[in-house]
Design a protein around this ligand. Sequence first.
Ligand code: G6P
Length: 499
Amino acid sequence: MQEPASEKLTTDQGTRSSRTKKPTASKFEFMVVSNRLPVDRCSDADDDGGDGWRRSPGGLVTALAPMMTKSDGAWVGWHGAPDETVRPFSHEGMDLVPVQLSSHEVELYYEGFSNATIWPLYHDVIAPPEFHRTWWDSYRTVNKKFADAVIRHAADGATVWVQDYQLQLVPRLLREARPDLKIGFFNHIPFPPPEIFAQLPWRREIIDGLLGADLLGFQRPSDAGNFMRSARRFLGASVKQQQVHVKGPDGEVTHIARAQAFPISIDVDQIRELASNPEIIERAKQIRKDLGDPKTILLGVDRLDYTKGIGHRLKAFEELLADGQIKVEDATLIQVASPSRERVEQYRLLREEIEGTVGHINGTYDTIQNTAVRYLHHSYPVEEMVALYLAADVMLVTALRDGMNLVAKEYVTARSEDDGALVLSEFAGAADQLKQAFLINPHDIDGLKSAILRAVNLPPKEARRRMKLMRKQILDHDVDYWSAAFLAALEEKVVRDDS
Ligand code: G6P
């Protein structure tokens, strides 16, 4: 998976962290700040050189690690264990500055405000967001902790890149304390239209927090547009083209914040290499064999999140089985649903719902030999994911709303033979780049069913035509391209647009 699995260790790791290396510098020229550090705890000392940490999977780390190791860089983030103090350390040449969170803060700032207020609000209120003042207070306190860590460690004139919705107040806090810094922010999730954002009791504070940045990156042009409309509507900001003229308390323009789309991508080289590895190719064949060599393997890979439209996908698949348009002897759907945010109520409810649906489908359509849905509530290493991508004839990405969806990009990248088919929600950012997918509206179950059937029965020539074009797009725009484009734009001198 591209996202680090949630880890919540409560044991005292003092001995372990004392074995890690000290950071190489105390002031850094380039700093990345994200809720999670780009390392996970591991118990198997053989895997990690014995310091108890392993680099997290995922494109963001891959794209930024070289900058961390080459330039004088450091990464600020939470290490994933509540109530535990970990000192700054270095892992595989990356300097890491851990931020400590108490279990109370994890509950209020992370599970509460980040994942039960902002997450549902920014994803089209698919689940109802909850607004609690205690959560907001904790969000402010914790954002200040992250900002303070940067303020302490950033060299004069350093570049700081803040990541994602958990840290929207950090840009403003940095600007106030350290006007010498160059501040970038990237929102990995959608930014909602002002009509939805309006619900947030602290909408002005959030917009003001973000406007501390020199450059705000979003996944889609529509996200950047939504942000600028909210800045105008809720703060009365003057917005020209992609520039917001940010004013201080005296009404004078203090700086210009730009808002632009920079669609994130994946570590293309890693996926391509794995997809051509004979062991992984062999593993893909084995998966097919283990499933009883069906004509068609369909695949879904998601964090178990209500934004992913897993229920809609299962409904469409079930109806195709019920209609007899797909037969359990011919087709299997593998659904990987990796555990996520399990202490948040909506996620617990979703798990019950999905597992009930899978049980119902399998109970109705399975035979002794054939299973309709192989449901796997696990996280897998990237090697196994690529084997699944190679085994799958049809990939189903049916998100109701998704900032980007990197699984779609990984699937396309892995298909080096230019075969296979992608069914992709138009509500995922990836739809902007993967135009030759079968684009669907997941709420339209009939439309989804007919797209699945077209993908299942796709003539090889047409499959090749589509996949070739999609692969070219991703191969030309990997995650290094993304980070280089963002950082180049951040360094650009801004000419004020007063037209
Ligand atoms: C999304 C968010 C990330 C987050 C990830 C995993 O991709 O944009 O910021 O890290 O989900 O969620 P978690 O809550 O486990 O960090």
